[in-house]
Design a protein. Sequence first.
Lengths: 112, 109
Amino acid sequence: KAGVTQTPRYLIKTRGQQVTLSCSPISGHRSVSWYQQTPGQGLQFLFEYFSETQRNKGNFPGRFSGRQFSNSRSEMNVSTLELGDSALYLCASNDGGNGELFFGEGSRLTVL
Amino acid sequence: GIQVEQSPPDLILQEGANSTLRCNFSDSVNNLQWFHQNPWGQLINLFYIPSGTKQNGRLSATTVATERYSLLYISSSQTTDSGVYFCAVLTGTASKLTFGTGTRLQVTL
């Protein structure tokens, strides 16, 4: 069974640009959640999608958005990038309940 | 929201030593997981343990939900055990994990 797949793995952007990250969950999993990891703030929850609906949202500005497709794949978008958006973005999937979450390898974003 | 605290923040061990990592949480949880973050950033699942005790090779974990803490035991540590260990808890109905600040473990020869 394939794991959680995130693309791209690494990317470099400049301030003011936008970026789209993709996440394909484990087959059969309907929940995809996104997390941001920075040295200063640690691992923080961004949002979660379940059956194409945003079910929960963390405390991030509106520049951070996401969506989920009918095949459960998810994308997150960050617009008007700031230097502070440089981070490791991790995606996790599970069956939508209280079960175990499984993480992808992450997308490492650098904003110059 | 729920608070998750891990201790110690840093730990240096010689190869072969044993260690105990602790995770305290401030409210009832539906799920608790332990992860090891590898040098490339991926979170590797160690245990899914909302309560009770589990063992996997040299690693074991115990969660006492009524007292709101969990322990991760590493026995006969190896250099490959180095990295950051995170505890994360899930509350409510959505799949939102709240992470602790982690324990950075370094195992030396």
